[in-house]
Design a protein around this ligand. Structure first.
Ligand code: CO8
Length: 258
């Protein structure tokens, strides 16, 4: 497997693991981290033997944001011309379901990276926030848009305007976090959830993720039309026939990803 500078990459069964590995900077997201994560996620996404991806960090930090030291001296023109961080959109577009397993800080770009994933599992030590306002800027990797969709306008506005952090309990109550687990269980829970997802039919996983993404972006009527077409299309898969036959025959389905 390719060597990456800033992440560790591993395959366990049908689950691809990406572990951020810049402990000296609390996994701050510099351009190399972005290139590494996007490349690793793309490799997993192209591999039909992978049915789910987990992105995680260390106990202390999922990621403490974009790398402030890398950005500090840039001009606005450079940010535009380099399309600094432009590749993150490719990560958000992977078709394979992605779980963020968050322990410790998920701040700024770290929180935004988690929000590019489909499920956020949080250790009880997790802390989420968009502290960019404290640096004289605003969220730049989707935070001002995705956080509102996750927690509603007023909670998002308070977090973004004050820059305060919220703990895992508040994040779960607010709808940002799918589930909170004891820190010691985080990776095992992520593995279990990812393996459950990865055992499903790959075409139906792609379809479900596309339908969920569509719901974030379109008015209801358009989303319902999209869902109806994708639902119907799945009836041309062998896995739909297998899934429904298995139900009728009272046995576990064996999906082939076809
Ligand atoms: N960037 C660079 N280095 C960082 C970052 C960061 N975001 N966060 C931590 N580090 C470094 C520290 O500088 C320190 O390095 P050193 O030992 O060399 O001084 C090391 O990591 C450990 O950090 P601390 O000593 O600060 O650890 P503490 O436990 O005292 O504090 C905190 C932990 C509270 C997480 C603190 O480090 C902190 O506040 N970090 C910054 C959080 C932040 O502001 N994040 C938002 C960054 S801006 C952003 O994410 C914008 C995203 C959009 C970009 C879009 C571009 C197009």
């Amino acid at each position: 497997m390719t060597d990456y500078e800033t992440i560790l990459v591993e395959t366990r069964g049908r689950v691809g693991w990406i572990t951020l590995n810049r402990p000296e900077a609390l996994n701050a997201l510099n351009s190399q981290v972005m290139r590494d994560i996007v490349a690793a996620a793309s490799v997993f996404d192209a591999d039909e033997a992978i049915g789910a991806i987990v992105v995680t960090g260390s106990e202390r930090a999922f990621a403490a944001g974009a790398d402030i030291k890398e950005m500090e001296s840039k001009s606005g023109l450079e940010m535009v011309m380099d399309d600094h961080f432009g590749q993150w959109s490719r990560f958000a577009e992977v078709r394979t379901p992605v779980i963020a397993a968050v322990s410790g800080y998920a701040l700024g770009g770290g929180c935004e990276l988690a929000m590019m994933c489909d499920i956020i599992l949080a250790a009880d030590t997790a802390k989420f926030g968009q502290p960019e306002i404290n640096l004289g800027v605003i969220p730049g990797m989707g935070g001002s848009q995705r956080l509102i969709r996750a927690v509603g306008y007023y909670k998002a506005a308070e977090l973004i305007l004050t820059g305060r952090m919220m703990d895992a309990t508040e994040a779960e109550r607010s709808g940002l976090v799918s589930r909170v687990v004891p820190a010691a269980d985080l990776l095992a829970e992520a593995e279990k959830t990812a393996a459950t997802i990865a055992s499903k039919s790959l075409p139906s996983l792609y379809a479900a993720k596309a339908a969920l993404d569509t719901a974030m972006e379109t008015p209801l009527a358009e989303g319902l039309r999209f869902e109806k077409h994708v639902f119907a299309a799945l009836f041309d898969t062998a896995d739909q026939k297998e899934g429904m036959a298995a139900f009728r025959e009272k046995r576990a389905a064996e999906f082939e990803g076809r």
